[in-house]
Design a protein around this ligand. Structure first.
Ligand SMILES: NC(=O)c1ccc[n+]([C@@H]2O[C@H](COP(=O)([O-])OP(=O)(O)OC[C@H]3O[C@@H](n4cnc5c(N)ncnc54)[C@H](OP(=O)(O)O)[C@@H]3O)[C@@H](O)[C@H]2O)c1
Length: 370
């Protein structure tokens, strides 16, 4: 059995990965070794698998890492930068499966999303490629949602606005959003019980509290509650784009691996949801397809994508982060032709960014290897 090391398994992506692997009984086929950057020496939590009484290994112990056949890391870019290159340099020739973004641009790495690029993954495996990286969460969710349109070469360009959950930034950020909710909810009972307070006074008091010096905002640098942040990741020089926006076109085209590149751009926005990312697309097709045809092409691409009828009740019940969270379904709705151009239509999509947007492609890559 292969020795598989897990790093970053207690973070947002890692813990969802472990939960899915337990559900699918993936641990039966591997010898799992758990690492930590901060808690090594402590006991591995009891997962009811073969690793009882194991202690967490130090994630920077190169001798231990060297013994592994496969490393699965959901620890983040800093860890990858510090460990990956050194490990390869000292001759480690195992498989590296990573959730972080920094190796995605490498010619020696494949971005994995097997319902879209299984053939390419298999070709690269046969060629001896040993580095496999999960894609950006909104990119993977977009490809799962619109896979049929990409596969049939129907898309001219895409403009997108994202609505990304706090957990997309990691455990510290979702915790901070919850602390912000708590901070505001502590002041609400007094305000709302005071009958003399009119609603605009209450709104004003809440806004004042969001701006107070005690308000928890170490990570977001501002309030996310009662607010949104139309900026994700760092600025890309001179283009006006953020890195998250840049990834949309680069990673999509790398995964599709076609000669004709599809232009994709837009604005990525952080919103105060806890889990699951939404995206609003304007898509220009290279032909005038009927709405029924578009539904059919999208729906028949993979078993996880679900078209939601374009009406109020279906939309509020099924086209939302709260419906989709913890499910593998990627829902698409609000599909309509736009007045702008006969080949343009709108589509809104929601998917759990911790499942198809992060951990599921990694889990399936690991399964391919074992
Ligand atoms: N979050 C997403 O939706 C998402 C989607 C796609 C890709 N990614 C990428 O995946 C990588 C991991 O992201 P992530 O969101 O999983 O990061 P995360 O939640 O911040 O976890 C990363 C590591 O932070 C440490 N940590 C510190 N405080 C923690 C706490 N309170 N709870 C849990 N862990 C804590 C843990 O390492 P130790 O146990 O070693 O201390 C953990 O493994 C990143 O490169 C990210 O860009 C994330």
């Amino acid at each position: 059995m292969k020795n598989v090391g897990f790093i970053g398994w207690r973070g947002m992506v890692g813990s969802v990965l472990i939960k899915r692997m337990l559900k699918k009984k993936d641990f039966n086929n591997i010898n799992a070794i758990f690492f930590s950057t901060s808690q090594y020496g402590e006991s591995v939590p009891d997962l009811n698998i073969k690793n009882k009484n194991q202690k967490l290994e130090n994630a920077y112990n190169f001798e231990k890492l060297f013994e592994l056949d496969i490393i699965v890391t959901c620890q983040g870019s800093e860890y990858t930068n510090e460990v990956y290159f050194k490990l390869r340099k000292i001759g480690w020739n195992g498989y590296w499966i990573d959730a972080a973004s920094n190796l995605r641009t490498s010619d020696n790495a494949v971005i994995v999303l097997d319902p879209i690029n299984l053939k390419n993954i298999q070709e690269k495996l046969n060629m001896g490629v040993k580095t496999f990286v999960g894609g950006n969460c909104t990119v993977s969710l977009m490809l799962m949602a619109l896979g049929g349109l990409f596969e049939n070469n129907l898309i001219d360009w895409i403009s997108v606005s994202t609505y990304q959950a706090a957990s997309g930034a990691g455990a510290k950020f979702i915790k901070e959003l919850i602390l912000q909710i708590k901070y505001i909810s502590n002041i609400i009972p007094n305000l709302i019980n005071d009958k003399s307070n009119n609603i605009l006074n209450i709104e004003k008091k809440i806004t004042e509290n969001m701006n107070s010096s005690n308000f928890p905002k170490k990570n977001f640098h501002t309030s996310l509650i009662n607010n949104l942040i139309p900026w994700i990741d760092k600025k890309i020089n001179n283009s006006g784009q953020t890195k998250e926006e840049w990834k949309g076109q680069y990673e999509t085209n790398k995964i599709l691996n076609k000669t004709k590149k599809i232009p994709i751009d837009g604005i990525c926005v952080r919103i105060a949801t806890l889990r699951s990312h939404s995206q609003s697309f304007t898509i220009k097709l290279n032909q005038n397809l009927s709405i029924d045809n578009i539904h059919y092409i999208i729906n028949s691409h993979n078993k996880w994508v679900k078209v939601i009828p374009n009406d109020f009740n279906d939309t509020i019940n099924f086209l939302t982060p709260s419906f989709v969270s913890r499910k593998l379904d990627v829902v698409v709705g609000r599909i309509k032709k736009l007045n702008i151009d006969k080949n343009c239509f709108s589509i809104f999509s929601v998917g759990d960014q911790l499942l198809w947007g992060a951990s599921e492609p990694l889990r399936r890559m690991l399964k391919l290897l074992i």
